[in-house]
Design a protein around this ligand. Sequence first.
Ligand code: URA
Length: 243
Amino acid sequence: MGSPMTPERRQRYLDAMGIQRWVPRGGAAGSTVVPVDPPEPVASPVPAGALGDLVGDVAHLDWDALAARVAACNACEELAAKRTRTVFGVGDRQADWLFIGEAPGAEEDRQGEPFVGRAGQLLDSMLFALGLKRGQGVYIANILKCRPPGNRDPKPEEARACRAYLDRQIDLIQPRIIVALGRIAAQNLLGTDEPLGRLRGKPLNYRDIPLVITYHPAYLLRQPADKRKAWDDLCLARRVMGV
Ligand code: URA
């Protein structure tokens, strides 16, 4: 982390993300850190505590107690009945970078770890593009800790119920930046239904932590042309971090 972004490194990252050709804006690709505008308010985030009622008070729990509470959670009847296991989150519990996706898919439900399928491979490439590695300075979590059956979107009440767990993880980690992966993560964190295209591209914040929104890796697998915009988002995240 923190090493200069040489054109060679940049090209390696772009190759890893599957972005074929990159034309630098305004001349040579450099390592200059461009200051970012202060975060813009979006909608008011949901007040802490207001949503956690379904899962009880978890704000005082340590990691082990929190993980145990999640593993035994029955707040959402359908999810609890149909899951193989909960997917708590993975990585460095003192990470600077927190990535938040939507919800576990079938493979994550089997293995109990977020982003282990094809989308996970692309996420790993995105991490590589940031000079990061899963588990080292990085924590990965989801809006929901259980797989929605049939990979349907999380229901608002499910996301509400699960938020207390995520918020407690954020409090324990104290990341320096949050990267929201995709519309569901972004809209839930921000308490808005604005489309992703309107939310990405600018620094925001969640509970006073800088927040950058980008595309979900599964979306990028379907729409590789948007990887370039995702790359811009990752560059914004680097600038927000001052690297
Ligand atoms: N998609 C997500 O949003 N999260 C995962 O853990 C896997 C796929």
